[in-house]
Ligand binder design. Structure first.
Ligand SMILES: [Zn+2]
Length: 378
């Protein structure tokens, strides 16, 4: 799997920049449906193929979750390089890259009104949510792929490994009376596609929380008896998520291979694979400072790196303070030998930007923590 060469760059691109690069890639698709976002940006469904298996796939319903859009571009690119195009006789694929263009431009989860489109499945007060459901009404898909990013703080169970991929066949409501075959298929598809991944990638794949959320789009689609797969691209050891991007593209490849060759697919054993995936767990942090001394007190401090769209730099944000042995981290900095800082110098607030005390900065530099190079590029 190779990245689409025109999109090698940093993933936090506004929508227009993305489409300037992706246009040649989509030239073999045709626009089948079009609408406008709150701020008048076009939202388009692109279609390819004439096959009997109908698939609807969308990315970036949350504007600041661009990795899956890149992964979609990578999968389309790799597909276009293949000499075998029999896929297009077997499936009819509609893709909506960047369902929330205003959010993408503003690097925001929400649309321009502030609506979370993933909580708008019943009321459809957002034009973006309405467009998605109109596409589903028009295509009547058998399959739906709902693609998101998740934060780096999710791990694969308690293994200490990141949940670089988190997958879900969204649940059905308790009092659901229809057929459940489609849900079983979604579960089997995930299991079968995961089994095709190399083992090191499988061990960094988690099962997303399966609580039923009636307002979430994926749950809404599943309830409509469309076999729905949620893909969350999470953190890897690289901050710009190249690892997650490539794995998501690979997962898409395997998922489509399974869809196209159902006889090869191990429908019976695959559900066990899905159930056996470790739970997606919020127990991982970007950097943990161990044994920090603040006056007479000794604490651990966990920070997350957050992209600042205004300064176009990465900030450190304080996430947890206390005895943090129950957490895992990508990077660990032991401050046991660093002199205490006074309680009055310690002006840290949870959820706020964290400016590193000078003595801590020396430690992080000595330990050559790669993530810090993003926060302090000098
Ligand atoms: Zn999301």
């Amino acid at each position: 799997m190779l990245p689409y060469p025109e999109l090698q760059t940093h993933p936090h691109l506004p929508r227009r920049t993305f489409f300037n690069a992706a246009e040649p890639l989509l030239s073999s698709f045709k626009v089948v449906k079009e609408s406008k976002s709150v701020l008048g940006e076009p939202i388009r469904a692109y279609a390819k193929g004439t096959g009997p298996i109908r698939v609807l796939l969308w990315t970036q319903m949350h504007g600041d979750e661009s990795t899956s859009t890149f992964a979609l571009a990578d999968w389309i690119y790799n597909q276009s390089q293949s000499s075998d195009d029999s896929i297009w006789k077997k499936i009819t694929l509609w893709v909506i890259p960047i369902l929330n263009p205003d959010g993408a431009n503003a690097y925001s989860r929400h649309n321009a009104l502030g609506v979370d489109i993933n909580r708008d499945a019943r009321h459809l007060c957002s034009p973006e949510g309405r467009f998605l459901v109109e596409c589903a009404d028009a295509l009547n898909p058998h399959w739906a792929f709902n693609m998101h990013d998740q934060r780096t703080l999710f791990g694969a169970g308690n293994t200490g490994k990141p949940a670089t991929l988190a997958l879900l066949a969204p649940s059905l409501p308790e009092r659901f009376t229809g057929s459940v075959i489609h849900l079983k298929r979604a579960i089997a598809l995930i299991g079968s596609a995961v089994l095709r991944m190399p083992e090191d990638m499988q061990s960094e794949t988690a099962r997303f929380d399966d609580t039923f959320y009636p307002l979430a789009m994926g749950d809404f689609f599943q309830e409509r008896e469309i076999a729905t797969v949620l893909i969350e691209t999470g953190g890897g050891r690289d901050i710009i998520r190249h690892t997650g991007r490539m794995r998501t593209a690979l997962f898409l490849k395997h998922a489509f291979d399974v869809l196209l060759n159902p006889s090869e697919c191990i429908w019976q054993s695959a559900p066990g694979t899905y159930e056996a995936l470790p739970e997606n767990t919020s127990n991982l942090r970007d950097i943990i400072f161990k044994n920090a001394q603040i006056g007479d007190h000794k604490v651990d401090v966990a920070v997350q790196l957050r992209y600042n769209v205004v300064s176009k730099q990465w900030d450190m944000v304080c996430h947890d303070v206390g005895q943090l042995d129950y957490l895992h981290s990508y990077h660990l900095v032991d401050l046991s030998d660093v002199a205490p800082i006074s309680e009055h110098e310690w002006r840290v607030r949870i959820g706020k930007t964290f400016l590193l005390p000078k003595s801590w900065e020396r430690s992080i530099k000595e330990q050559n923590i790669s993530a810090y190079a993003w926060v302090n590029p000098k």
